[in-house]
Every structure is written in structure tokens, then in C-alpha cells.
Design a binder for this molecule. Structure first.
Ligand code: GLU
Length: 447
């Protein structure tokens, strides 16, 4: 059977780096295996799901290049969940319960105070028809729990190795709410079974769900997929990431931090694995290097500084064609490969190219603090056309004429030509500045 995986976010907030890492790992797994990648929106929580979050998820994945082969939305599938729920009720695996949230809290608190695990006591299973009729006549509506079998549940996790749960140590999960709506624990299994998902790769916050869901797969007659539970990313201080706080959201990394998609992908593909984090310019390279066996069980920390350093290293390698759109969006519609290659070694973010565009193409107030020397240098400026050899020819002549060398020679020229002490190599900048501007700046004029 061909490999099929899914990324199943709830559209209840912005995707953060931890969420999108799971998307990436699923996508890489699918591509490596020649399988397919499903994007499924888990949107049965109608109060909290929002169309703008769904659009945000699609935008973030598209930006990263994580294209999906199939798409599903749980809210389109209520009819199917009802059908499965009816079958589970008929077979006695789903049973009605009438406790209110307050009653359940009391039960839980009392068990915990006795030092016992807060497992549901199955009181509802002991109700007779008359009890249920009485509760319903009081206006109570049932929620429905799945009756777990009290036997061991085991699987071999691709990240955690052999995992073992005792069914008796788990609470019968609620699958249908009082208002009749199905919950994630059920819907996810029905979808994974119907859509023939072969590998469920998700965060380790779902390990206990898996134990329960394996029994649900078996009860609905679905093939049980292979599972892999990855440790969740934390921030640099070790705190968990929250979708609702928008902390480290993909949107803010893209729109506010100027992060390149391949910088984020290069980091997230390797974080928490045995591979070194290196800049990669294409997802294909990450596919070639991917192996889920390299994912470690240790909790990986996401450090925004590390991402920014990787972003800089990626920019230093990216060809002009890969950034021309971004440069145009910054208003640099006339930027060309020569400009990009001149400035990219000095950038951490593409937007910083604007500064260097201003230095090469807009008036600059020079720092002309050695006028006699600059006048001598100006007199030696070669005629145009200029190219990458002009700087060497010119400064060779200035050196011969003035006897200056090193910093004494180069710094006053840099300060006059760019108004700054540091920047891209002047060999590359000089032809972009051009003779007319250079001459004026060397004369101390804003040009
Ligand atoms: N909607 C669930 C979540 O976002 C999906 C978990 C799963 O992959 O099954 O946590």
C-alpha cells in the first residue's frame, strides 16, 4: 500500500513553528516514500474555528512549498461521523452518559484526593432504561463515551520505540458531545481510516490519544496506521509554544522577521535530529537527507537567533532569481543580479537590501573627512565603463600616488563613497555607484 500521511491542524489560531515542523516532517516523509500528503482541517470546534485561520494555514504551507496532494475538511463530513457513531451505538461500544461537567469534576477531585488516577468510573453503564428515561425527563441530554476494552494496547512508535498502555488505566473517552457533535478523538480516526492514512506522525501530546484511538480504529474496522510521536518544540527558555498566543507564528516570521522559507525549513527539518543544521536551498535536498529514524526523543529548543543566522547564510547563497520577487515587493524593481550579488553577503534579511540600494542609487551624504586625499583619489578615477576590476585598478593607482595602504587607503574611500564605515565589498559597489556619483561624493557633495 502506498504511503499516505496527513497534517491535521485545527484552524483555531496561527500556525507556529512547532505546528509547521510537524507539517514539514509529514511532507518530507511522504515525498521520501513517494507517497501522498493530505492537508486536513480539523474544524469541528465551530466556536473556535475561523476561516481566516484556515486561509492562514494554506498560506503558510504554500509559502514553505509544502504542497498537498489531497485536502479534506472535517466539517464536510458530519454525515459520515453520524453513520459511524450510529454503528458504534448499535454495537454497544458507544454508551450514553448524563453527568454534568460539575459532577465529573467532583468525581475527579475525589479520586485524586484518594491518590487514585482520575479514570471515569463507568457509572453510566449501570443505568437502566428507567434511569435514563428519568434523567432525560429532567431535561438532561447524553454525551457518549467509547467503551474501551480492558486489555493492553501496544504499538511500535517510529520515534519512541515500543509503547504499552493498559486499557484499564485509561478513561473511556467522550466521542459525542451533548449537542450531538462528534469530537476529534472519533473524527480523526474515521478520517484516517476512510482516507487510508498509513502513517500518523504527530506531536507527543497525542500519545495517550493513540492508545484510545487504536481501539477505535479496531472498532470501526479501519486499518491501524503506524504511529510516530515527535517531542514538541519549546522556545529558547524551554516553555511550550502556544498557537493562540501567536508566539513564533509562521506569519510573523515571514511578515515581520523577514525569514526566508528555506531558512525555516532547513532549521525545522533538522532540529531535534542527529543531522547538523546547515543551509539548504531546496526542499529536495531536505527530502534526500530525511529519515524519521534520525528524530531524537529529546525536546528540541527553537532559538530565533539561530533561525536568523541561518537566514543570513541562506541569503548569502541565494541566486537573484530566487529573490527578485521579494526585492520587487520592497520597491526595488530595478534591482538586478549584479546588485544582488554585491549586497547579499551583508544581509541577514532581504529587506536590508533597501539600505544598499539607497547607497548605490540615491543621494548619499558622504563622510569626506580627508579632502586633500580624496581629491587626489578622484583625479585618478578611471573612465567608464566600469566593471569588477575597476576598484583594483583605481586603488592601485591611488596607492602608488599617495603611498597609503591598508585601512588608511580604504577607509576614507569607503566613508566618502558610501557614508559608512562598513558594507559590501567596494569592488562590487563601485560600478553600481558609477563615476558621476563617485566623483561628487569624493568631493564631499551629497550625490
Ligand atoms: N487537530 C489535531 C491537533 O491539531 C490533530 C492531531 C493529529 O495529528 O491527530 O492537535
Amino acid at each position: 500500500m502506498s504511503v499516505a500521511v496527513r497534517f491535521a491542524p485545527s484552524p483555531t489560531g496561527l500556525l507556529h513553528v512547532g505546528n509547521v515542523r510537524l507539517a514539514l516532517v509529514n511532507w518530507l516523509f511522504a515525498r521520501k516514500a513517494g507517497g501522498n500528503f493530505l492537508l486536513r482541517l480539523d474544524d469541528t470546534d465551530e466556536e473556535r474555528s475561523k476561516p481566516e485561520y484556515a486561509e492562514g494555514i494554506e498560506r503558510d504551507l504554500t509559502w514553505l512549498g509544502l504542497t498537498w496532494d489531497r485536502f479534506a475538511r472535517e466539517s464536510d463530513r458530519y454525515g459520515r461521523y453520524d453513520e459511524v457513531a450510529a454503528a458504534l451505538k448499535a454495537s454497544g461500544r458507544l454508551y450514553p452518559c448524563y453527568e454534568t461537567p460539575e459532577e465529573l469534576n467532583l468525581k475527579r477531585a475525589s479520586l485524586v484526593s484518594q491518590g487514585r488516577p482520575p479514570i471515569y468510573d463507568r457509572a453510566a453503564l449501570r443505568l437502566g432504561d428507567a434511569d435514563r428515561a428519568r434523567l432525560e425527563s429532567e431535561g438532561r441530554k447524553p454525551h457518549w463515551r467509547f467503551k474501551l476494552e480492558h486489555r493492553p494496547v501496544e504499538w511500535t512508535d517510529l520515534v519512541r520505540g515500543p509503547v504499552h498502555f493498559e486499557g484499564s488505566a485509561l478513561s473511556d473517552p467522550v466521542l459525542i458531545r451533548e449537542d450531538g457533535r462528534p469530537l476529534y478523538t472519533l473524527t480523526s480516526v474515521v478520517d484516517d481510516a476512510d482516507l487510508a492514512i498509513t502513517h500518523v506522525i504527530r506531536g507527543e501530546d497525542h500519545v495517550a490519544n493513540t492508545a484510545v484511538q487504536i481501539q477505535i480504529f479496531e472498532a470501526v474496522g479501519g486499518a491501524v496506521p503506524v504511529f510516530a510521536h515527535l517531542p514538541l518544540l519549546t522556545d529558547a527558555t524551554g516553555q511550550g509554544l502556544s498557537k493562540r498566543l501567536g508566539s513564533l507564528s509562521v506569519a510573523s516570521l515571514r511578515e515581520e522577521e523577514g525569514i526566508e522559507p528555506m531558512a525555516l525549513a532547513s532549521l525545522l527539518a533538522k532540529l531535534g535530529t542527529s543531522d547538523a543544521i546547515e543551509p539548504r536551498l531546496t526542499l529536495d535536498e531536505l527530502v534526500a537527507e530525511f529519515d524519521i529514524a534520525k528524530v531524537s526523543r529529546a525536546t528540541p529548543k527553537f532559538d530565533p537567533e539561530e533561525l536568523l543566522r541561518l537566514n543570513a547564510r541562506i541569503l548569502h547563497l541565494l541566486p537573484f532569481e530566487r529573490v527578485s520577487g521579494e526585492l520587487a515587493a520592497l520597491g526595488l524593481t530595478e534591482a538586478d543580479a549584479a546588485f544582488w550579488e554585491a549586497v547579499r553577503p551583508n544581509l541577514s534579511r532581504v529587506a536590508e537590501a533597501r539600505d544598499w540600494w539607497a547607497v548605490t542609487h540615491a543621494p548619499v551624504a558622504p563622510a569626506a573627512d580627508d579632502p586633500a586625499f580624496l581629491a587626489e583619489a578622484a583625479a585618478l578615477l578611471p573612465e567608464e565603463p566600469w566593471d569588477l576590476s575597476t576598484w583594483g585598478t583605481w586603488t592601485g593607482a591611488v596607492k602608488a600616488k599617495t603611498g597609503r595602504k591598508g585601512k588608511d587607503l580604504f577607509l576614507p574611500l569607503r566613508r566618502a563613497l558610501t557614508g559608512r564605515d562598513h558594507g559590501p565589498e567596494l569592488k562590487n559597489l563601485l560600478p553600481l555607484i558609477g563615476r558621476t556619483r563617485a566623483q561628487k561624493r569624493l568631493a564631499g557633495e551629497t550625490a
